[in-house]
Write a protein that binds this ligand. Structure first.
Ligand code: MG
Length: 181
């Protein structure tokens, strides 16, 4: 990595909408990810709304490390699908080899953005294969989703962690505003 200060061709907001397009083309919408956030946070945040979850997913997608994980992971999935990856990697990606592990490693760059609670959420989503994660994970046929399922779980986990932190911040702010007893 170098920090030459050279600006890339794309701006952050543009990268966000490109990341959303890439995910949508692979079968995952912001609404799908918002539904995961809702499921994992509904017990903990009173009055949680799907709109709020959706907003949190969108905010996560504004982060460069998230956008970069989407572009990198989905490029590898697509190249494997087109058989444009060399062996033995092609075989591992096409079979979604459980011992490959780099798909989870890439997802961790997203999971950790809002602290370690993201890791707990990610582990849970990965284990129960909730909602859209189960759908992309079970996908049989020509589409390779080796990276997609982990990236989607990671985005939802990060968005949920973000909401958990914000809910606590708001509670504390409210406490501070109470008149002295
Ligand atoms: Mg995977």
């Amino acid at each position: 990595m170098s920090l030459s200060g050279e600006k890339g061709r794309y701006r952050k907001q543009e990268l966000k909408s490109m990341a959303m397009d890439w995910l949508a083309r692979r079968g995952v919408s912001v609404a799908d990810m918002a539904a995961l956030v809702y499921e994992i946070q509904k017990e903990y945040i009173p009055g949680l709304s799907l709109d709020g979850c959706r907003e949190s997913v969108e905010r996560v997608l504004e982060k460069r490390e998230v956008q970069n994980a989407v572009f990198t992971g989905l490029t590898l999935d697509t190249l494997a699908e087109q058989r444009l990856v060399s062996e033995p990697l092609l075989d591992m990606l096409q079979r979604d080899d459980g011992l490959y592990g780099i798909d989870e490693i890439l997802a961790l760059s997203v999971v950790n953005i809002y602290g370690s609670i993201g890791l707990t959420n990610f582990g849970y989503l990965d284990k129960v294969k909730m909602g859209i994660i189960g759908v992309v994970n079970q996908h049989k046929g020509p589409q390779v989703n080796t990276f997609l399922d982990d990236i989607v779980a990671a985005i939802a986990a990060a968005a949920a962690a973000r909401m958990a932190h914000r809910a606590r911040d708001m509670e504390e702010e409210k406490e501070q505003q109470l008149p002295p007893a």
